[in-house]
Ligand binder design. Structure first.
Ligand code: AMP
Length: 283
């Protein structure tokens, strides 16, 4: 497995393989890898048909707000590289910040509408940072297909929109949420949780399950589905709810009564740790 830190090296690695007709799969990450990330790397080959798989590990400063966890975001370069190798990556791009944002970098990509609600409302500028770095990574890697987790449901929707709007020649593929055996969605940020917070964080997946159960009995009122999830999350004394919202699964528009697929998305803080999770409710 090649470890690449500059743009020319990535192009020298990918270019000849692409010209030889190989399908290039790409998995962007911020590192501190877990099974959610690794499932994307494996799926790049097994499901998305990539002959060459390249991952990136870059904690992107532009997607963090001034009071967010950029400086303390967990990192484990040696461990991550070993995991990428095990997951079958052919190369990993590990750029320093100066390679991604050299002096004089002036461009930001903003996707309208989809970035307004949910995490866009509580993390101003977050998706601009995500879009900018992903567009740059697409340009650097020259991938045919890129895989993203449905754990970050809004991010996936925003990146699909960006890729379409900018006519980027990349197929964007979503992958299901990978969970711990007890239901907690895997996240690099779970490492921040104290034992109490970790135990109470189970109310997130259980709240989503309660709403799913209501949906299964025919409940279609968005406010009722949200209340079903909220009631469970509220049983956790340490939970500080940012949002629990039903939105249109495609355009994330507001929903009153669900007539087509919706997503129930939530963000909840435990101390300084903000966790997100979601479930898609299909008609
Ligand atoms: P991150 O390192 O948090 O930026 O995540 C990198 C990629 O892994 C994104 O596409 C995430 O949606 C995806 N991802 C993170 N956690 C999970 C998970 N639990 N299940 C599936 N995909 C995930």
């Amino acid at each position: 497995m090649e470890v690449l830190t500059d743009i020319a090296a990535v192009r020298a690695f990918v270019g000849p393989r692409r010209r030889a007709g190989e399908r290039v799969g790409f998995v962007p990450t911020m590192g501190f890898l877990h099974d959610g990330h690794l499932s994307l790397m494996r799926a790049a080959r097994s499901e998305a048909g990539a002959g060459v798989v390249i991952a990136s590990i870059f904690v992107n400063p532009t997607q963090f707000g001034p009071n967010e966890d950029f400086t303390r975001y967990p990192r484990d370069e040696a461990g991550d590289l070993a995991k990428c190798r095990d997951a079958g990556c052919d190369a990993v791009f590990l750029p320093p910040v100066s390679v991604m944002y050299p002096e004089g970098h002036r461009t930001t990509i903003h996707v309208d509408a989809l970035t307004g609600p949910l995490c866009g409302a509580s993390r101003p500028g977050h998706f601009d940072g995500v879009c900018t770095v992903v567009a740059k990574l697409f340009g650097i890697v020259g991938c045919d297909v890129a895989l993203f987790g449905e754990k970050d449901y809004q991010q996936l929707a925003v990146l699909r929109q960006m890729t379409r709007d900018l006519d980027l020649p990349v197929e964007v593929v979503g992958h299901p949420i990978v969970r711990e055996p007890d239901g907690l969605a895997m996240s690099s940020r779970n490492v921040y949780l104290s034992a109490d917070e970790r135990a109470q964080a189970l109310t997130l997946s259980r709240g989503l399950a309660a709403a799913r159960a209501a949906w299964a009995t025919g409940e279609r009122h968005a406010r009722v589905l949200e209340a079903a999830a909220l009631a469970v999350v509220r049983t956790a004394p340490l939970a500080d709810v940012d949002y629990i919202e039903v939105r249109d699964a495609r355009d994330l528009g507001p929903v009153d009564t669900a007539a087509r697929d919706v997503v129930l998305a939530l963000a909840v803080r435990f101390g300084r740790t903000r966790l997100i999770d979601n479930t898609v409710l299909r008609v």
